[in-house]
Ligand binder design. Sequence first.
Ligand SMILES: Nc1ncnc2c1ncn2[C@@H]1O[C@H](COP(=O)(O)OP(=O)(O)OP(=O)(O)O)[C@@H](O)[C@H]1O
Ligand SMILES: [Mg+2]
Length: 250
Amino acid sequence: MSGHLQITDLTVDFGGFTAVKDLGLTINKGELRCLIGPNGAGKTTTLDLICGKTKPTRGSIKYDGKELASLEEYKIARAGVGRKFQIPSVFKQLTVYENLEVANCKNTGVFANLFRPGHSSHRDGLEKLAEFVGLADQLDLPAAYLSHGQTQWLEIALLLARDSELILLDEPTAGMTAQETHKTAEICNRLKGKHTIVVVEHDMGFVREICDVISVMHQGQLLAEGTADEISADPQVREVYLGSMGIGDA
Ligand SMILES: Nc1ncnc2c1ncn2[C@@H]1O[C@H](COP(=O)(O)OP(=O)(O)OP(=O)(O)O)[C@@H](O)[C@H]1O
Ligand SMILES: [Mg+2]
């Protein structure tokens, strides 16, 4: 049951403006949920609420049965919730390996089994992690020399090194080339089942590549939920967001 997220009646009011209103979401362990919707719909605010950056006015965010809504941000992180922000948080002057090591030091749980099978060493675990995000050849390179895409993958690896079970990604493919976007989709797909993931995105080709279930937000509320085909065919979603294009093929 570890990794289960249950959001009920989640509401946040910013001085009279309700950015998220009576939101309900149930995301199962190991599920990858895409959160889409027009600009200002409340997607980023929802991630802010889950990771504790913003406190809700009312409502509940239960993670594995534990109420997060009243917890401080660092305690939510300690409970296994990891958020990738749009602004990179890597140490530019440190190498890829050193960045992973620093992140892993902050890890309070058991380092993901995925990367430490049997009795392999600490270094082995971090090398496997770098390999997992396609940075095996850049281990000793200062992060300053990574491309935009590689920096984003390192960010994801840092969340894994911190042992985050629930991973929140806000527009992970922003600024990426088509090839980098595809590689990011592959990483997301390999994380499925092992981690619970919430991805906010505007790139519908990418969404199509990774999604199981999509939740659509509009004006702070949940407008629709379903598979890519169901969402593409939903007249309300077309009207407020997708237009007639639907969710494109990857
Ligand atoms: N701290 C705040 N104070 C006041 N209003 C805010 C605050 N944070 C967000 N908002 C407003 O809440 C609404 C939702 O913003 P949010 O950033 O969650 O949208 P979004 O769905 O992520 O949009 P986008 O796709 O453009 O990133 C916007 O109208 C925004 O201006
Ligand atoms: Mg946003």
